[in-house]
Design a protein around this ligand. Structure first.
Ligand code: HEC
Ligand code: HEC
Length: 218
């Protein structure tokens, strides 16, 4: 599906928070290349890299890779943590004192981090489980919003090759309502998927080959 169509669908998903809720400064243009972005690179290295990795690829359990994530997605999540609408002890502590400028500075910096592939698994992914995960991702329309290559866009997260433990946890939290999301898109997407299928999807997404998969039979 073309990128524009994908975004229009996700933007059209029932919104419980309007985009207008984001700090005004966050909605302005990018500050890339300014002295401010250099200082956020330094602040990321000292405040965030210990958990998220210097290049944005975390090797800490339960901690998402930020490399390749979109700045708009990052700012919505930092905003949700700051406002207490997404809960995590570490991130709530990190975000609660951020100014609007900080939300934007860190998110712009995250948006400059190129995707870093997941480390090669010790054994190749299980082919049958991958095929089942791919079928589930089609059936439940994950690709409709996240794209055929799972790279996301704007406020839709990049999910391809994200850490499996984090994917498993966060998909279950969308399902239980522990993670309400910026919109209801994800809650609705996973509401009817049984937990064991969510785990299969997490396995598939985490092991997603970096090149977009060819449709079956072509
Ligand atoms: C003590 C470890 C720790 C530190 C330090 C930390 N984070 Fe996090 N971060 C996490 C964890 C764990 C999560 C996942 C939270 C959850 O949903 O359970 C997370 C989630 C995030 C997310 C959401 C990612 C996604 O895919 O949804 C963003 C954005 C983020 N952190 C940015 C930052 C920034 C910017 C800093 C530094 C200012 C930072 N983090 C510092 C542990 C940390
Ligand atoms: C209608 C559009 C839509 C559909 C369908 C959809 N998603 Fe999402 N997804 C989103 C949006 C928007 C977000 C950002 C979450 C928020 O609102 O805070 C997201 C976030 C996520 C995240 C969190 C990423 C992170 O780094 O924390 C995961 C994982 C995810 N989606 C996986 C899936 C899977 C798997 C499916 C299929 C079962 C799916 N999504 C279907 C729109 C969608």
């Amino acid at each position: 599906m073309r990128r524009e169509a994908r975004l229009a669908i996700s933007l059209g998903a029932a919104a419980c928070l309007s985009l207008a809720a984001l700090p005004a400064s966050a909605q302005q243009g990018k500050g890339t290349g300014s002295p401010a972005s250099a200082s956020y690179a330094q602040r990321f290295a000292s405040l965030c890299a210990a958990c998220h990795g210097a290049n944005g690829r975390s090797d800490m359990p339960g901690t998402p890779a930020l490399a390749g994530q979109h700045s708009f997605y990052a700012i919505t999540q930092l905003f949700l943590f700051r406002e207490g609408r997404r809960a995590n002890e570490a991130m709530t502590a990190v975000a609660k004192t951020m100014t609007d400028q900080d939300l934007r500075g860190f998110s712009d910096y995250i948006g400059t981090l190129p995707p870093v592939p997941a480390p090669a698994p010790a054994t190749p992914p299980d082919a049958a489980r991958m095929a089942r995960g791919q079928a589930l991702a089609q059936e439940h329309r994950c690709v409709m919003c996240h794209g055929a290559d799972l790279s996301g866009g704007q406020q839709v997260a990049r999910i391809g090759q994200q850490r499996e433990d984090y994917l498993q946890m966060t998909l279950r939290e969308f399902k239980s309502g522990k993670r309400p999301g910026y919109t209801q898109a994800m809650g609705e997407a996973v509401s009817r998927i049984p937990p064991e299928d969510l785990d299969t999807i997490a396995y598939y997404v985490a092991h997603f080959p970096s090149a977009p998969a060819k449709p079956a039979g072509k």
